[in-house]
Structure formats: C-alpha cells, structure tokens
Design a protein around this ligand. Structure first.
Ligand code: DC
Length: 233
C-alpha cells in the first residue's frame, strides 16, 4: 500500500493528537506532533528568561539561539508513543505546563521560529507514512499532503477536555483560566501574519464536539474506505 502524508490541523484542544495517534496506530504510520516543537522552543525561551510578565517573548534572543536548539522525538518503550527531546533531554512533561501554554502562541508567531520548525518537520516528512498534527500542516508545511483533516469543536467543550487532561496530570488550573487560554490561542493562531490557522480548501471538516474517539475513528475508516479503498480493522 502506498504510504501517504496525513495532515491534521485545527483549533487548540480539539483532541487532534488523540485522533492523530489513533489513526497512525490503525495505519501503522508514525505520529508527529508539530505543536511539541513550538512548545519546546518556548520552554527554551522561558528557561533562559527571554519572556516578560505580559506574555511577550524576546524574539531577537530566541532567533539568535535557534541554532543551539536540537529537537527530536524518542519512542517510549512502555507505550510505544513519541516523547519530545530538546538537546538530548526528555521535555515531554515540561512542555505541557500552563506556563508554556501561555507563551507558546506568541513564540509560534515569530516567522523565523516557524521556518526553523517547518524545516525540521519537512525533513521528517520525507519518509512518508506519517500523520502530523498542528495548525498549518495542510496549508503551509505539507500543502501536497494526500489527506487533510481540519478539526474543531465549541470552545467550552475544548476547555473542559483540556482541564481534565491537566488535572489527570496533577496540574492545577481552573475552568475559567483554561477557557481564557483556549480562546486566546484561537485568536492568536488565527490572526497571526505568518501561516495563520485556517482550513485548507481541500481539508475535510471534523467537528468532534459531540463525538467519542471511537466515533471519530469510524468516521476516518469510512473515508479511507470510500476515498482510498483502504479497509482498516
Ligand atoms: O497543538 P498545541 O496546542 O500543542 O500547539 C501549541 C501552539 O503551537 C499553538 O498555540 C499554536 C502553535 N502551533 C502552530 O502555530 N503551528 C503548528 N503547526 C502547531 C502548533
């Protein structure tokens, strides 16, 4: 079976990574989380104090040091899932903190940061057989992707999901805080100048507000069957 690139874009906390991991597993593909790379660059900036209390990153300092940041994914032997590494250190948990979430959108707005991340993603994409999720995968990183899916859901539903995820990891946050963060990120992601979050005209829309993961998988399997004649278990 010919291997393809599947691009999954959409709003924050729509369950893109859960969906992307599930379809990657069903196809035997590699899952790559592009947001993790923006989060890792943000963590690097925070670790070095290149941010101010208003949430603005120090773009010149970050740009100057992009050459010092090496990003990679490593497989967790227990779960088989990818973990994010920065300069050889496992930062998978650190990059998911509220602090990183607060700064990541403005960091991802910096055009040279986007070039840095895109270069890395395109390199990994050469192998095909990948499912990559993000905000601009189908529009900017892999506009030639064979299958594009755009995910969305109501902001309150997404905030509820994100809150549960944070709480399950023992992190402290309120619903209002998380909802404000989700709305803020929607706005910044959709209004930035470079590669804003927008549905590619040829992307399939998946509004999963009232769908379980199983229902989303069934939706995907139907598409694979109808469009590509690929039958998945
Ligand atoms: O998917 P996520 O929430 O982990 O992404 C973190 C941030 O990174 C998100 O606020 C926007 C940015 N991002 C982006 O601009 N482009 C991508 N392809 C992926 C993420």
């Amino acid at each position: 079976m010919k291997k393809i690139i599947i691009a999954i874009d959409g709003h924050s906390s729509t369950g893109k990574s859960t969906f992307a991991k599930a379809i990657a597993a069903a196809l035997g593909y590699t899952y790559l989380d592009s947001g993790a790379l923006y989060r890792a660059v943000t963590l690097y900036a925070l670790d070095h104090g290149w941010t101010d209390p208003e949430g603005r990153p120090n773009a010149p300092a970050i740009i100057d040091h992009l050459k010092d940041i090496r990003l990679s994914f490593g497989k967790d032997p227990a779960t088989g899932l990818n973990r994010t590494f920065m300069n050889g250190k496992d930062v998978e948990e650190l990059i998911r903190s509220m602090e990183v979430s607060r700064y990541v959108s403005p960091v991802s707005e910096i055009p040279l940061v986007r070039d840095f991340v895109d270069m890395q993603l395109r390199e990994w994409g050469k192998k095909k057989g990948i499912v990559m999720d993000g905000r601009d995968i189908g529009t900017a990183v892999f506009p030639q992707a064979e299958l594009k899916i755009f995910m969305t859901a109501q902001a309150e539903i997404r905030a509820e999901r994100r809150l549960r995820e944070l709480q399950s990891k023992g992190m402290d946050a309120t619903f209002e805080e998380v909802l404000a963060n989700v709305r803020q990120r929607d706005f910044t992601d959709s209004h930035r100048e470079t590669h804003p979050l927008v549905k590619a005209p040829d992307a399939l829309l998946l509004d999963n507000g009232n769908m379980t993961v199983e229902e989303q998988l069934d939706w995907f399997k139907k598409i694979m069957e109808e469009k590509w004649d690929i039958r998945l278990k």
